[in-house]
Each structure stands twice: as structure tokens, then as C-alpha cells.
Write a new protein. Structure first.
Length: 332
């Protein structure tokens, strides 16, 4: 019998999450059986912390539930012939060190995954965040060569991939981030223009200077005031992909306007929210393309790795504060 450590949501977040909102517990796992659902024992190797966990915890979780999330896990014991001991999978089993599965909720890492590539990338660039960038650009923004793409939170797990995929697609890319270190990283990975939104005297002027002709596509991860200002600099028939609203997730009181209707009407804009699972039937297509670009060096990856399962809440809170460059990962 294996004892698993799990992090539970002790108390729903009020404003910004605190370490006291979580509780570390131990759970005894049942032994595997030939029949039923207990066919695989898995051990988490890398766990993901992502912005979506903040709003989804309120929508989908009760106090006392194991915190939601995704991991790369190793199969320790198997009574399912489709999964061999030692194989690595991506699972959505929450903040756990070990768990039991029947295999239906597991996705094996692609067979073409080279040994030299960190398996943690299956939680980032070659995983859900990368797919979010891929389908958000191709299907929602519908970018075309020669267009100008704006992305905020550009040094994060999704934004950094958005910019690089837009460059592969022949676009000019403008990104903004919250520190000079992140801005330097954006320029290093090929962004045409990048600026620190925290230090500019006027966001409107900074956006106008970066692209005087305006923007064809806006990949929005932030929402709030940034989106309200940026929408006024969209070109006619521009497209806005609403991926996230991290500026609003921790608000105790909802933000108020300005409102988007007037610029949307006069510029005939298209603004669409999306969740990446809409394209689950094309997941393999996206992963294959992302893996190819990573191996060719066309898409570069950066991970912010926190060591130790006991540090999951700290890594999560740090990510929400913008302390990570690239994808935030916890290594067990």
C-alpha cells in the first residue's frame, strides 16, 4: 500500500491566494486489482501551476477537494497492457505525489519524444499552454503573414509561445511583460518590439510607438485596463483572442469599464473567448507541430522550476504574482 501526499483547498481564495488556504494531507491508496478501476499506480514527476487554477477553483471545487492540476507522471505498477511500467504520461489528477488510474484519463508522451528533451515540456510548450497558443493564433486570431500581432503577459507559458509562433507565421510581433528581465528575454526569442508595462509612462503611447499603424491581432492574457486601452489601437477588422484575464482573477470587487462596444462597432472587430479543449480532436496535430518546432530550435522554451512537492502553494502564488519567466513547474 502506497501513501500519497496531496494538497487540498482548505479555504476558497478571498482576493490573492495565501499559503494558509491550502492543507497538505496524506492518503492511503488501494492495491491494484485486475478488474475495476485500480489498474495503474503512478508517481508524479513534474506538476504544473497555471493561472486558470485561480478562477476554476472557485467554479469547480469545494473546500476540502484536492487542488486541480496537471502532471507528468511515471507508471510505477501496471495491470493494464496498454501502459508499461516506466512509461511517462500526462494526467489531470491534481496536486498529488501518487495516484491510481484505469488509464482512460492518461495521455502517453508522444513516441517521437527524444530522451534529450525535458519531459516537463509536456506541461508547457509541448502541452496545454503551447496548444493554447497554437489554436488561439490559428483558429481565433486567424493570423496571416505580414500582420502585426500584440500579446500581453508575453513572457509567460502561453504568451512566449504565441510570439514565437506568430514569427514563424511571418508576422510582426509586439509583446509586453512586467520586468526588464522579461523584456530582454522576449527580444532574445525574436519579438520585434517589447516593453515593460510597469515602467512606461503611458501604455497607450507605448503601444502606439511599438506599432504606429495599429494591430491586426491581439492575443489577450490579461484583460482589464490593458485590454481596454489596446482595443482602441486595433486595425479595422482586427481579431482579438481572449485567452485569459489574469489582472482580474484576484479582485475582491469586480472591475468596471471602460467598455468595448464603440471601438468594436467602428472598427468592425471580432473578439472571441476560447478554451483550448475545444480542439481536443486536433490535439495530436498541435503537439506534433510544436514538438517539431522545438526540436528545430524555432521555438525556445524557458521553465521556472521549483523543487519539492511541499512548495506547490508557494510556486502557485509566485506564478500569480508574475515571478516566473516562461512556464512555472514544480519538480518532485
Amino acid at each position: 500500500m502506497v501513501t500519497a501526499k496531496v494538497w487540498v483547498l482548505k479555504k476558497h481564495f478571498e482576493g490573492f491566494p495565501k499559503t494558509s488556504d491550502f492543507d497538505l494531507k496524506k492518503i492511503e491508496l488501494p492495491n491494484l486489482k485486475d478488474g475495476g478501476k485500480c489498474k495503474l499506480l503512478l508517481e508524479s514527476v513534474f506538476l504544473s501551476v497555471d493561472p486558470y487554477m485561480r478562477p476554476y477553483s472557485r467554479r469547480d471545487m469545494k473546500e476540502g477537494d484536492i487542488m486541480i492540476g496537471t502532471q507528468v507522471a511515471r507508471i510505477v505498477e501496471s495491470k493494464n497492457p496498454a501502459f508499461t511500467v516506466g512509461a511517462f504520461v500526462v494526467a489531470r489528477s491534481g496536486w498529488r505525489t501518487h495516484f491510481i488510474s484505469d488509464g482512460k484519463d492518461l495521455q502517453l508522451l508522444p513516441s517521437s519524444w527524444p530522451e534529450s528533451l525535458p519531459k516537463s515540456l509536456a506541461l508547457g510548450t509541448v502541452g496545454m499552454p503551447g496548444l493554447t497558443a497554437y489554436f488561439g493564433l490559428l483558429e481565433v486570431c486567424r493570423m496571416k503573414p505580414g500582420e502585426t500581432v500584440l500579446v500581453n503577459a508575453a513572457a509567460g507559458a502561453v504568451g512566449s509561445v504565441v510570439g514565437q509562433l506568430a514569427k514563424i507565421g511571418g508576422c510582426k510581433v509586439v509583446g509586453c511583460a512586467g520586468s526588464d528581465e522579461k523584456v530582454a528575454y522576449l527580444k532574445k526569442i525574436g519579438f520585434d518590439e517589447a516593453f515593460n508595462y510597469k515602467t512606461v509612462t503611458s501604455l497607450d503611447e507605448a503601444l502606439r510607438k511599438a506599432s504606429p499603424d495599429g494591430y491586426d491581432c491581439f492575443f489577450d492574457n490579461v484583460g482589464g485596463e490593458f485590454a481596454s486601452i489596446a482595443i482602441n489601437q486595433m486595425k479595422k477588422y482586427g481579431r482579438i483572442a481572449v485567452c485569459g484575464a489574469i489582472s482580474q482573477y484576484n479582485d475582491s470587487v469586480p472591475q468596471k469599464g471602460p467598455y468595448v462596444q464603440v471601438p468594436m462597432i467602428f472598427k468592425e472587430l471580432r473578439m472571441e473567448g476560447f478554451i483550448v479543449t475545444r480542439w481536443n480532436n486536433r490535439r495530436e496535430e498541435g503537439l506534433k507541430a510544436l514538438l517539431k518546432w522545438v526540436l528545430e530550435g524555432k521555438v525556445k522554451c524557458h521553465e521556472q522550476v521549483t523543487e519539492g512537492f511541499e512548495n506547490m502553494p508557494i510556486a502557485f502564488i509566485g506564478m500569480l504574482k508574475g515571478e516566473n519567466l516562461g512556464k512555472a513547474i514544480v519538480k518532485i
